[in-house]
Design a protein around this ligand. Structure first.
Ligand SMILES: NC(=O)c1ccc[n+]([C@@H]2O[C@H](COP(=O)([O-])OP(=O)(O)OC[C@H]3O[C@@H](n4cnc5c(N)ncnc54)[C@H](OP(=O)(O)O)[C@@H]3O)[C@@H](O)[C@H]2O)c1
Length: 293
């Protein structure tokens, strides 16, 4: 078990939103934190010349820069205990219309960026035989909805890589917690949103849905407070073990519950067909590919 308040944290994407809220709360209570951003001028909300706070340039698409930030962090604090893979962007538009460049950018940041940070920190966690990754997926990592196909694809990827990482690193005492926020009041659908080409004649319902989503994000009563999310994440990091998935907010909770019901209902419907394949399941080759633990 890791005590989140005595741990050393590294957080990506601290210029705004969840990353900023997490870094600010850790710094405020004296917890050691390496707050990272593409541009450290955006970290002015954190104190300078304070022993427990370090600021570092980190672009998740730049492996050399990540290595330099991690080296600085370990030189400064001697170890890293919790890595928050928070940095992310949202590409919005119908699957057909989002450009190949936008799709690539979505995956470069949300998926390959996370792989880059994991590659740079996993050796340290394995050597220490402890550590916690807090990987930001989304409620869109559980359910995909119109206009968020590309974003959801990236967050489903985060869910998949995180599940495998949890299993692979378990023998080293390293854990993974996936965070699944619903709508929160950050720059995600604000200045940082990336808009796919808008062809309303082709996909009128999709763009109506986008307008509805913008209304939700513009209404402070309908979006969560990232400071409350940061509190919940820091708290859950101290659970033994941390939750495998942490949905944040009613929308996320409801979406996952609906997804479970839909999966169950589909499975019931196709079960006879699936079973009709007639292969003989050997005791060594179960539905979990032979895993027995
Ligand atoms: N807000 C929501 O409703 C919501 C819901 C579910 C999940 N999420 C997820 O929450 C995470 C944080 O987003 P947010 O909501 O806090 O939005 P945000 O306010 O837009 O923050 C995103 C952060 O990611 C950083 N970033 C973008 N590209 C980067 C890169 N290449 N390298 C390093 N940092 C980069 C941004 O830095 P710059 O200032 O340099 O661009 C910013 O600090 C994301 O993974 C997002 O997908 C958000």
């Amino acid at each position: 078990m890791i005590d989140p308040f005595t741990a050393v944290w590294l957080v990506t994407g601290c210029s705004s939103g969840f990353g900023k809220a997490i870094a600010a709360q850790l710094a405020a209570v004296g917890t050691k934190v390496v707050a990272t951003a593409r541009n450290t001028d955006t970290l002015g909300y954190l104190p300078d010349n304070t022993p427990h706070v370090a600021k570092a340039v980190l672009d998740v698409t730049d492996p050399d820069g990540i290595a330099a930030a991690v080296a600085m962090a370990t030189a400064r604090f001697g170890r890293l205990d919790i890595v928050v893979n928070n940095a992310g962007i949202g590409v919005i538009g119908p699957v057909e219309d989002v450009t190949p460049e936008q799709t690539r950018l979505q995956f470069d940041v949300n998926v390959h960026g996370m792989f880059n940070v994991i590659r740079a920190t996993a050796p340290l966690f394995r050597e220490q035989r402890s550590g916690l990754y807090i990987n930001f997926a989304s409620m869109a990592g559980e359910v995909s909805i119109d206009s968020l196909g590309v974003y959801s694809a990236s967050k489903f990827a985060v869910e998949g890589l995180s599940e495998a990482l949890r299993a692979e690193m378990k023998p080293y005492g390293v854990d993974v917690m996936i965070v699944e926020p619903g709508p929160f009041d950050t720059e995600w659908l604000g200045k940082n949103a990336i808009w796919g080409p808008r062809d309303e004649a082709r996909y009128p319902a999709v763009w109506r849905y986008v307008e509805m989503m913008k209304d939700v994000y513009a209404d402070r009563n309908q979006v969560g407070d990232p400071a409350r999310a940061a509190e919940a994440i820091i708290d859950a990091a101290g659970w033994s073990p941390p939750p495998e998935r942490l949905p944040l907010g009613e929308a996320s909770l409801g979406a996952t519950r609906s997804k479970i019901a839909a999966l169950q209902s589909n499975l019931d419907r196709v079960e006879p067909l699936a079973r009709s394949m007639h292969y003989t399941a050997s005791p060594h080759r179960s539905a979990t590919m032979g895993r027995t633990t």
